[in-house]
Design a protein around this ligand. Structure first.
Ligand SMILES: *Cc1c(COP(=O)(O)O)cnc(C)c1O
Length: 450
């Protein structure tokens, strides 16, 4: 009896999967997963897949991590959930204390939600509302970078710029001011990341100067535009941006939902620029990939602009049912505990280097336009014409060929368009990196051979 097939049949009768053309599942079978252990996922027939994408970038310390699992089990004995308006609990207080300590200086207040998009909505609303509360009613707009991604709810979608997800819903969305991304893929041959990032900042500077009166905040993904095909830039851009935001009285929202918790080499990507944003959005790795939870960390000054008698109507009356869920908080406390007790970032430096070496030879491949990396994120861009950096047409679905090759060879790679990337859990071993790299290499050969 094929347990895989049974589950697939039941699934396709009742489910509608995320980010999927369901018709694709007629020829591209779903993979039912029975259990996970470390970097490995296992289906019902004993086939194993190395999770090179950390299950959509959420997993940090492996599937079934015992320390995080035990923390959730322990919390389950005490309290599964309680309303967070008018009530509080130990895990949410403890986690907030840890986050205030771990985030850059000046981020001292935690507002919880339950997924990344909701955290982005919270930051946008809070920034807008702050300016109203201090009498700046003319500030109503947001500045965003081209090729950015901030989630799928309407507000978050509006400040993103990935056409594939956004275009259809255009008529429903508020209009941000969009500034060209510092994306270093487009730098001149031989130019450094720093020089290119500095140059692209000129457009941001003039935009902020022009719109300072009407702009609430700039929202960015620090260092890596993950959903935007893992495009990367230099920390100097964030340094310049923080300075300009301060000069023009504009908030800076750092969406570290994907890059936070060690992904780029530092605990938070903003640290590489030595900056503190006005809002930092965190989710994904926050619970080590175990439970949905998100948080916006902001400054005491912003908090104080809402603090008044009830009748002033300045309060932030935003909420989600599962805000600050105790089980999620317990998972997050355990996750931050691992960072505190183990040299995770030091270990990741070695793993990042090994990852770079494992695939370095591919840089000479005629259809590899670039290999780029920030810490534990490495991306390989497949191109049609290497010299002129002409992309393959999206209709050819070259990435999908790599995905299928990966699955037949025990590695879950999930390319974004023509970009194959590694973003594995931090518990990956060097021999597992070598496996991931050799399967990716063969997949890229195959996908670009015709
Ligand atoms: C994933 C992601 C989001 C959205 O988070 P969800 O939990 O999927 O809603 C927002 N911003 C960035 C940078 C992300 O990578």
């Amino acid at each position: 009896m094929s347990l895989n097939r049974d589950l697939i049949e039941r699934d396709l009768r009742v489910l509608w999967h995320p980010c999927s053309q369901m018709k694709d599942y007629e020829w591209l079978p779903l993979i039912p997963i029975r259990r996970g252990d470390g970097v490995w996922l296992e289906d019902f027939e004993g086939r194993r897949y190395l999770d090179a994408v950390s299950s959509w970038w959420v997993n940090l310390f492996g599937h079934g991590n015992p320390r995080i699992g035990d923390a959730i089990r322990g919390q389950l004995e005490e309290l599964e959930h309680v309303i967070l308006a008018g009530f509080t609990h130990e895990p949410v207080v403890r986690l907030s204390e840890m986050l205030v300590k771990a985030t850059p200086p000046g981020l001292d207040r935690c507002f919880f939600a339950d997924n990344g998009s909701s955290a982005v909505e919270v930051a946008l609303k809070m920034s807008f509302h702050y300016w109203r509360n201090v009498g700046r009613n003319d500030k109503t707009r947001f500045v965003t970078l081209s090729n950015s991604y901030h989630g799928e709810t309407l507000g978050a979608l509006a400040v993103g710029d990935v056409a594939l997800y956004k275009e259809t819903y255009g008529p429903l969305l508020m209009e941000p001011v969009t500034v060209p991304s510092p994306d270093c893929f487009h730098r001149a041959p031989g130019e450094s990341w720093e020089s290119h990032s500095r140059k692209t900042f000129e457009a941001m500077e003039s935009c902020l100067a022009e719109h300072a009166e009407t702009v609430c905040a700039v929202i960015v993904e620090p260092l890596v535009q993950c959903a935007g095909n893992m495009r990367m830039y230099d920390p100097v851009y964030l340094e310049l941006l923080k300075d300009a935001c301060q000069r023009h009285d504009i908030h800076l929202i750092a969406d570290e939902i994907a890059v936070g918790f060690g992904r780029t080499g530092t605990l938070f990507a903003c640290e590489q620029a030595g900056i503190s944003p006005d809002f930092m959005c965190l989710s994904k790795g926050l619970t080590g990939g175990f439970l949905p939870l998100s948080v916006v960390v902001t400054s005491e000054a912003i908090y104080q602009a809402f603090y008044d008698d009830y009748a002033s109507l300045k309060a932030f009356l935003h909420s989600h049912s599962y805000t600050g869920n105790p089980l999620g908080c317990a998972a997050a406390i355990a996750t931050l505990g691992i960072f505190r007790d183990e040299d995770v970032l030091g270990r990741n430096r070695a793993l990042s280097q090994h990852m770079a070496g494992s695939i370095a030879d591919l840089v000479d491949h005629p259809h590899v336009g670039e290999i780029r990396q920030h810490g534990m994120i490495l991306a390989i861009e497949m191109v049609k014409d290497k010299a002129r950096r002409v992309p393959f047409a999206w209709q050819e679905r070259r990435g999908l060929a790599v995905y299928r090759h990966g699955l037949s060879n025990g590695v879950l790679l999930r390319p974004l368009g023509n970009v194959v990337y590694f973003m594995p859990p931090y518990v990956i071993r060097e021999d597992e990196i070598d496996l991931m790299a050799s399967v990716a290499r063969a997949g890229i050969e195959l996908a670009t051979s015709s």
